[in-house]
Design a protein around this ligand. Sequence first.
Ligand code: PXG
Length: 288
Amino acid sequence: MKVFIDGKYYDERQAKISVFDHGLLYGDGIFEGIRAYNGRVFKLKEHLDRLFWSAKALLLKIPMSHAALTAAVVETCRRNDVRDGYIRLLVTRGVGTLGLNPNRCKKPSIIIIAGTIQLYPRSFYEKGMEIVTVPTARNLHSALNPAIKSLNYLNNILAKIEANIAGVEEAIMLNAEGYVAECTGDNLFILKAGQLLTPPLSAGALYGITRGTVIELAREAGIPVSEANLTRYDVFNADECFLTGTGAEIVPVVKVDGRVIGSGRPGTVTRRLEENYHALTQVSGEPI
Ligand code: PXG
């Protein structure tokens, strides 16, 4: 595997960064997880837009243009023969001194890894997955805005640990007001009376690229979609429930906190959206 670091390609074993990089010392940096399907990088523009928005929120100056990053992501896929795979793009604050002042970091570093990912077993897609609500609340906007896809994922990792302790692989995170925000690495949707509902970004959800794609696909299919504050009661009483994410794609959820959702099997609207999503991944994106 060849890894892109600051304009050069390194063999996997030589791909290293400094222990003084504030990305490591403080989680000061941002990232994107992107998929390639059928020789194209899916939704690359949207991922890069979000990366630049995250950077702006952190006053982190990405030392490459949108166009140059597009070319670097595509080139990293080419050099690794990735036609179907997973791309991890990181921008760290760069090498600095001990002490958290980011002004001491001269230049942010850019890392691009192109490999593969399988988040969940096949059976979750076939039979649906079980999830739980966890005690760890999603970060407050006023503390660390969940819209920033930062290298500081401890909030999500704590929730993931709680899910694992409960014997499942994903967790619903509520915000401080008790409304559903999202899961640890996925956005959440429910179907109720023919309508798709998903929490608004203001509830503490990431502006998920897959979420955006699913909203578009649903509208094209004539399924009404709206953003609404959801409680656990709404999730328990949903006809269908599913999660969306770049890594997970669309995963049906059939049990939440021990309550069976809908029929207890992946729903027909979920199935239809999965099909339309997979069809779209095969024909669109930045050619590699
Ligand atoms: N919420 C959070 C907190 C995320 O980290 C999503 C929602 C879904 O967003 P996208 O844009 O991917 O639809 C994410 C994304 C991993 C992994 O390694 C996690 C994500 C994406 C890819 C891989 O666990 N999370």
